[in-house]
Design a protein around this ligand. Structure first.
Ligand code: 4GN
Length: 256
C-alpha cells in the first residue's frame, strides 16, 4: 500500500513512519509512506502556503493553489487517482470497520490541515472524504493522519505476526479485548487467574471470550448492542453478569 500525506509538518509524519510496527512494515517494503509540503508548491519567495482569513478575525487559512499543486504532483508521481481524505473534526467518525475498508485500498492520499483550516474551495473541489478520529480538536491534522497510518498500516498483509494478529484485536469481533497477564504468577497485587495456567486451551478460550463479553457489557454497552451473539456466547455473558452481581452485591447483615 502507498500512503501520501500533504502536510506543513512533514517531519512529524516522517518520524511516525520510522518507528514501531509501521516503521518495520515500511522497511520491509509492505508500506510506502511519502510526505509532501505545500510550501514547496508556493508561488512567492516566502514560500507562503497560508494567508489571512477573509472577513477578518485572527488566524490563517491554508491557500488553495499550493495544495492543488501538491495534490497534482502526488497524482502524477503515483499514477493513481486515489481520493483525497481530509482529517477534521467535521468528518465522519473513524471506527475499526472504516479502518479495515481503508486498509483494502492500494493508495491513500491524506491531507493534514493547520491554523484555522483549509480554504473551503479546496475542500469542495478536491477532497473526496472527510474523516474524524474522534470528537475533539487538535492543533493540526498530523496526529490524526498518523493515527490513520498506524491503524491502516498494521492491517497490511504480513505486517503483524501471529501473536499480534488483527484477529485478536479489540473490535475485530465488535468486542473489547480480554485482560492479559505475565509473570510473576503471584504478586502482592493479586494472582494470575488459575485457568490461564491450567493448560486447558478450550477453557482458556472460553474464559477470554467471557471476559471480553463482560468488559464490553460493563464499559461499552453501546458496542454490545451491535453484535449478534449465539446461544453459547449469550450464556457466557449471562454467567459473567451473574458472577458480577454476586461480587458487587452489598454485604448482607448476619441474621438476614
Ligand atoms: C482532525 C484535525 C481534530 C481532528 C484536527 C479529528 C486540525 N483536529 N478529530 N485539527 O480528527 C483546523 C485545521 C482543525 C485542521 C484541523
Amino acid at each position: 500500500m502507498r500512503i501520501d500525506i500533504i502536510t506543513l509538518f512533514p517531519d512529524f509524519i516522517d518520524h511516525c513512519a520510522r518507528v514501531g510496527v509501521v516503521g518495520r512494515a515500511r522497511e520491509r517494503g509492505l508500506l510506502r509512506i511519502q510526505t509532501w509540503n505545500p510550501r514547496d508548491f508556493a508561488s512567492d519567495n516566502y514560500r507562503s502556503a497560508d494567508d489571512r482569513c477573509y472577513g477578518g478575525g485572527p488566524g490563517m487559512v491554508m491557500m488553495v493553489d499550493p495544495l492543488r499543486k501538491a495534490l497534482a504532483k502526488v497524482r502524477a508521481e503515483s499514477g493513481s487517482d486515489a481520493g483525497l481524505i481530509y482529517l477534521s473534526p467535521q468528518g465522519r467518525r473513524l471506527d475499526q470497520a472504516k479502518v479495515a475498508e481503508l486498509a483494502r485500498r492500494d493508495h491513500l492520499i491524506l491531507l493534514s490541515g493547520r491554523y484555522e483550516g483549509v480554504d473551503e474551495r479546496f475542500l469542495e473541489h478536491a477532497v473526496d472524504e472527510e474523516l474524524s478520529i474522534g470528537d475533539y480538536v487538535l492543533s493540526g491534522g498530523e496526529l490524526a493522519a498518523a493515527i490513520v497510518i498506524d491503524a491502516v498500516g498494521r492491517l497490511q498483509e504480513g505486517v503483524l505476526n501471529d501473536a499480534q494478529s488483527a484477529e485478536q484485536d479489540s473490535f475485530s469481533h465488535g468486542l473489547l479485548d480480554c485482560p492479559h497477564y505475565t509473570r510473576p504468577e503471584h504478586d502482592v497485587w493479586g494472582d494470575v487467574p488459575a485457568v490461564l495456567t491450567s493448560g486447558d486451551h478450550a477453557a482458556i478460550r472460553r474464559w477470554r471470550l467471557k471476559q471480553s463479553l463482560g468488559r464490553t457489557w460493563l464499559r461499552r454497552p453501546d458496542l454490545l448492542e451491535r453484535v449478534e451473539l449465539d446461544k453459547n456466547t449469550r450464556a457466557l455473558l449471562m454467567q459473567y453478569q451473574h458472577e458480577h452481581a454476586e461480587k458487587t452485591r452489598p454485604d448482607r447483615k448476619s441474621g438476614d
